[in-house]
Design a protein around this ligand. Sequence first.
Ligand code: SF4
Length: 191
Amino acid sequence: MLNIGGLTPCTAIDYPGELAAVVFCQGCPWRCAYCHNRHLLPEQADGTIRWEEVIRFLKRRQGLLDAVVFSGGEPTMQAWLPAAISTVKQLGFRVGLHTAGAFPKVLEQVLPLTDWVGMDIKAPFEAYEQVTGIPGSGESARMSAALVRTSGVSHQFRTTLDPWLLEDGRLERLQEMVTVGWGEKVVIQMI
Ligand code: SF4
């Protein structure tokens, strides 16, 4: 079962143009200094709401909510994510996914089930370790971004404006990578 660290019943800001519930998945392998969801980082922590309760809640919201967003933590850390997404789709909701791209193989599996993806681009890929504290994180993110770009799934790349990103031309390199290299936009999020 999905290990869930929280549920937002209704939001208009987590999936562009849609009224959505947000399921916060427990666990993230990275340790960004600016993380706002530190209680969600330990993978093994007890969840705060059971998946069955989430399903009961969603059944009561059919026709009232448009979508369900899986956020985190890092949702793709949980092997049960594809099954959870399939269940939500069977209930008639569109599915959004927030990811930082730590697990490209799981992302590849869930992209065909997903209607919209918001992917964090934390830095130029060669500098990821300085943000996440984890060697190899930039390569995982690079692979995940390529999957998102070529998936045909509606998506948004965004970056968190950490002061570190403003030094040594990092933000400019990131923006150039996304806008010039990929022909996409990057949304700047304030901390
Ligand atoms: S990837 Fe996201 S959830 Fe994980 S530590 Fe970084 S900011 Fe927090």
